[in-house]
Design a protein around this ligand. Structure first.
Ligand SMILES: [Fe+2]
Length: 148
């Protein structure tokens, strides 16, 4: 494995750890949301954590496909995630604002991985990252629209 490959494989583990924290933050939002938008947001948060669960598995299995080991312990996730654990959020606007900011952080890592994997002609990783980037660009527009 070249130094460049080693670098983005390590970033894939940072991405995995960040998605794990994001996943649990989304569960917390789903459980604790209060207010007039309860039904709308309770469902939206569920949709987001369900999708995040699938992404987590895809990223972990990509790490394995590249011949390395995905982080799998909560303590490792806490140490490597760029997304911190949230305090309890009940307010819908704060929740959606958190999601928008978290997605920007995830997008930043994905773009770095995409660029390095592209230089290594690792098309499988490029394809996975470009799907995630495209999806997040679209949903970020939607979250920004919701926030007004
Ligand atoms: Fe539920």
């Amino acid at each position: 494995m070249t130094a460049q490959q080693h670098s983005y494989t390590a970033k894939l583990n940072i991405l995995l750890a960040s998605y794990e924290l994001h996943y649990q933050n989304l569960r917390s939002l789903h459980w604790n949301v209060k207010g007039n938008n309860f039904f709308e947001l309770h469902l939206k948060y569920e949709e987001l954590y369900t999708r995040t669960q699938i992404i987590i598995d895809e990223v972990a299995e990509r790490i394995l496909t590249l011949g390395t080991t995905p982080l799998s312990r909560f303590s490792d996730y806490l140490n490597h995630s760029v997304i911190p654990e949230n305090e309890l959020i009940t307010d819908g606007k704060k929740g959606m604002n958190y999601i928008l900011e978290a997605q920007k952080s995830l997008l930043h890592i994905e773009r770095m991985i995409l660029s390095q994997a592209s230089e290594c002609e690792d098309e499988g990783t490029v394809a996975l990252m470009s799907d995630l980037v495209r999806e997040k660009e679209k949903t970020n527009w939607m979250f920004a629209a919701w926030l007004g």
